[in-house]
Design a protein around this ligand. Structure first.
Ligand code: SF4
Length: 82
């Protein structure tokens, strides 16, 4: 299945609420767990692809994911102009 990687995630046996923090301290806690996760890239790409708005995925906060998507959109648009 496309999301088999989830079984490998470091968060697998942790409370999901840890990854849906309400403040910056909580984001840092989640990020530290993600930093050691073997499927960090798969997780981040999954959240980006599915436009998941909430939570920390692949070590990236909501704001960071919006920034990544914006950068990719700009890069794609500028490559169309080349
Ligand atoms: S990167 Fe973080 S949220 Fe994603 S699977 Fe790993 S521990 Fe879970």
């Amino acid at each position: 299945m496309a999301s088999d990687w989830m079984q490998e995630g470091k968060c697998k046996d942790l409370p999901p609420a840890l990854f849906f923090p309400s403040d910056g301290v909580g984001v840092d806690v989640a990020r530290k767990i993600c930093a050691e996760c073997p499927v960090k890239l798969e997780c981040l790409e999954y959240a980006l692809y599915h436009r998941i708005d909430h939570g920390v995925w692949g070590g990236a906060s909501e704001r960071e994911r919006r920034r990544i998507l914006r950068r990719r959109r700009i890069a794609a648009e500028s490559s169309l102009l080349d």
